[in-house]
Write a new protein. Structure first.
Length: 146
């Protein structure tokens, strides 16, 4: 039997260039992925901040209603807070979904090798509900004023 992880979100505040960002931090099995993997790179979650279109795009991508933002099926989950450009790097996950389970093969930061990966399994319905719950969490604006 597959062990299912719990996923939830907590609003976090990151101060710094280009301004403060309130974002939705992924909490998996009680552990902040921001604290564990993304803070070191000064990345923020792709959820809970930015324009309505920006937020809808990332929600849709993470529940597999649209294409991944990286080649080879990789989906960013923590990105550059200054420009959201993937060229700056990202913390990412490969995401698979079947009838009942969502599986992440999570890659730690800018690590290019799979030797630093971790796998999580989530209940599909709870995963979709939790991802959707991030919409508007930190408001609808970019820190750079767009």
């Amino acid at each position: 039997m597959i062990k299912k992880s719990e996923i939830e979100f907590k609003m976090r505040l990151r101060d710094g260039y280009p301004g403060p960002i309130r974002f939705a931090d992924f909490i998996v099995d009680g552990q902040s992925l921001y604290d564990s993997y993304a803070k070191h790179y000064d990345f923020v979650s792709c959820l809970g901040w930015g324009s309505e279109d920006f937020q809808q795009k990332h929600i849709s991508r993470l529940i597999l209603l649209s294409q991944p933002d990286f080649p080879n099926g990789k989906n960013s989950i923590y990105i550059c807070p200054a420009c959201a450009d993937l060229g700056c790097g990202a913390v990412y996950s490969f995401i698979e979904m079947n009838k009942d389970i969502v599986t992440w093969t999570f890659i730690d930061g800018r690590e290019q090798l799979m030797n630093n990966s971790k796998t999580f399994h989530f209940d599909k319905q709870d995963y979709i509900k939790q991802i959707n719950s991030t919409y508007g969490l930190g408001g609808f604006k970019f820190p750079w004023g767009e």
